[in-house]
Design a protein around this ligand. Structure first.
Ligand code: SF4
Length: 68
């Protein structure tokens, strides 16, 4: 899985950082920060949940054939 974020779209809801703190953080202004664009398989379910829950569709996932 490859993760992309669009800080321009982020409205600072913070769902991503709550659901997958290994992959997402927030700046002091509340804007999403991507910590790991290629997260390990163990956190991919949480990353998918974060993308689903993001109210601003600021998280884009690219499923890749390799593990993770
Ligand atoms: S869940 Fe979406 S809107 Fe909220 S901080 Fe994360 S990327 Fe931004």
């Amino acid at each position: 899985m490859k993760v992309e974020v669009s800080p321009d779209l982020c409205c600072g809801a913070g769902m991503c950082a709550l659901l997958a703190p290994e992959v997402f953080d927030q700046s002091d202004e509340g804007v999403v920060l991507l910590l790991d664009a290629r997260p390990p398989a163990a956190v991919c379910a949480a990353v998918r949940e974060a993308a689903d829950q993001c109210p601003c569709t600021a998280i884009t996932l690219h499923e890749t054939p390799e593990a993770g």
